[in-house]
Write a protein that binds this ligand. Structure first.
Ligand SMILES: Cc1cc2nc3c(=O)[nH]c(=O)nc-3n(C[C@H](O)[C@H](O)[C@H](O)COP(=O)(O)OP(=O)(O)OC[C@H]3O[C@@H](n4cnc5c(N)ncnc54)[C@H](O)[C@@H]3O)c2cc1C
Length: 449
């Protein structure tokens, strides 16, 4: 019997199953549901797979999430900071230079003014700047050389593992990078900025101390279909429309929705039959980073840090652009929801990006020393436990080959009745809400017969 199959029970797969009006089977590789939006229960605390803060903008999805059974979300106003030159400043860096050493603040402000004056002074008669080609061009045009040098270049090189000049400018116009107005930059230089800049000024988070997995569990409660866990698909025969699971079951499908990483999906298809040369080449060109994270439990309760803001408690997360810190970002679950730890403790995620070859296990001492230097923990002796975990394909690299390769692969799959979707299936940079929306669209595709 042929049916519709969904590969993966992360948020995209679960949302697809929840919105589908036709029969589906859901195969999940791991023993767990939730995918990246899962929570690990460790002695004394719960840890999401690094920060997973929920931002909802789509009204329909918002309404759907609100009425999911057994899920209560609290709203939090973002407390994000940057630690550089030994001081804390408010996020985003580009609009908050107050508190930085005067030479740095001046370079940032002057660079920004020069970048903005460039077009104004040239007027409409003079040749305008060409459109940015690389992410580095875009940064320099939008923010100027000072902000580029002191934050945008070093921070982005840490998170993407390559210099912004190796990435394409095409994705930057998304709403993820806040572009402050001139008045915000001026206010931020004199210590009069607003916290609420950018796309994620507030977020939602489960209030029961169980972590973000509560969202996936709540969707699961609405399903009539059983999720088949530990049923990884190893091989896909596109011509015969069949998948083979690792335990050897061959399952025919009418339509296939895959939420596994696009790279792994194509590898599974290659095991089921020869791929056209163009497709094999496009697969080789896909690049992504691995994010390794330290889950850290430390003694002591949440405390405020000194900085140019009115004592508003421990930051939810902090960006670290400087190279002497191995990590690019550190966040605290307990700073958002104290019930994420048991007792008088705090828990953190510490994120390091690389391309799969870095032995992050050897960098734990260095990382803990960095946390102590930034005063996030009360010295390395206050640490009670550390666990290291890895997230492959965490961020896809939008380099000059990205758009073409991705289109070749997605089109090829579509011709074979396969919809590859979700953040990793669609090989994109997106958030949990997008995963829920992808699922809704995938279900429409299934419902359309
Ligand atoms: C470091 C990091 C931080 C993030 N922070 C945030 C945040 O703060 N806010 C936010 O909104 N979003 C955040 N995200 C994004 C968010 O995690 C994703 O948008 C979302 O979880 C994607 O869900 P998905 O279902 O598409 O993919 P996944 O969660 O990856 O689900 C795919 C599922 O497919 C399964 N699978 C894989 N291979 C197979 C196979 N062969 N057979 C069967 N099943 C298979 C996997 O086990 C998994 O369960 C973050 C992501 C990362 C990496």
């Amino acid at each position: 019997m042929t049916q519709n199959l969904i590969l993966g029970a992360g948020l995209t797969g679960l949302s697809t199953a929840a919105h589908a009006e036709v029969d589906v089977r859901v195969l999940e590789a791991t023993p767990f549901i939730g995918g990246k939006a899962r929570t690990r229960k460790r002695p004394g605390a719960r840890f999401d797979i690094t920060g997973h803060w929920l931002h909802l903008r789509d009204e329909q999805i918002q309404h759907w999430v609100e009425q999911l059974p057994g899920l209560t979300l609290s709203r939090h106003n973002r407390k994000a900071r940057i630690f550089s030159s030994g001081v804390y400043t408010l996020y985003p860096f580009q609009a908050n230079t107050y508190g930085l050493p005067p030479t740095v603040a001046r370079a940032c402000l002057q660079g920004f003014v020069d970048a903005r004056l460039h077009d104004v002074e040239l007027g409409t008669e003079a040749p305008r700047r060409s459109d940015p080609v690389t992410f580095a061009d875009w940064i320099e045009q939008k923010f100027g050389s000072g902000i580029a040098e002191h934050f945008m270049f070093p921070y982005n090189e840490k998170i993407w593992t390559v210099h912004p000049r190796e990435l394409s400018a095409a994705w930057c116009e998304s709403s993820y990078i806040p572009i402050p107005k001139v008045e915000d930059i001026i206010a931020g230089a004199v210590g009069a900025s607003r916290e609420a800049l950018g796309y994620n000024t507030h977020f939602l988070y489960p209030d029961d101390g169980g972590g973000i997995e509560g969202l996936a569990q709540a969707i699961k409660r609405t399903l009539t279909v059983e999720i088949e866990c530990e049923r990884a698909v190893a091989c896909i025969d596109l011509a015969k429309r069949q998948v083979t699971t690792v335990d050897g079951e061959i399952i025919g499908y009418h339509k296939l929705v895959s939420t596994m990483a696009l790279s792994s999906l194509i590898d599974a298809c290659a095991k089921g039959g020869d791929l056209p040369a163009e497709v094999a080449q496009a697969r080789r060109l896909l690049r992504s980073t691995t994010v390794s994270h330290l889950d850290v439990l430390a003694k002591g309760s949440n405390h405020d840090l000194e900085g140019p803001w009115d004592g508003s408690g421990q930051p939810h997360w902090v960006y670290f652009p400087e190279r002497q810190f191995p990590f690019y970002r550190v966040g605290s679950f307990s700073a958002v929801e104290p019930k994420m730890t048991d007792g008088d403790t705090r828990n953190f995620y510490v994120e390091i990006a690389h391309r799969g070859k870095r032995r992050v296990e050897d960098e734990v001492d260095n990382c803990l020393a960095g946390l102590a230097e930034a005063r996030l923990i009360d010295g390395v002796d206050s640490v009670l436990a550390v666990h290291v975990e890895h997230v492959p394909n965490a961020y896809v690299l939008q380099d000059p080959n990205y758009q073409t390769s991705r289109t070749v692969l997605l089109d090829y799959l579509a011709k074979h009745h396969v919809l590859s979707t979700g953040r990793y299936g669609n090989w994109e940079y997106s958030a949990m809400e997008d995963a829920l929306i992808h699922g809704r669209k995938a279900a429409q595709w299934l419902n359309d017969g």
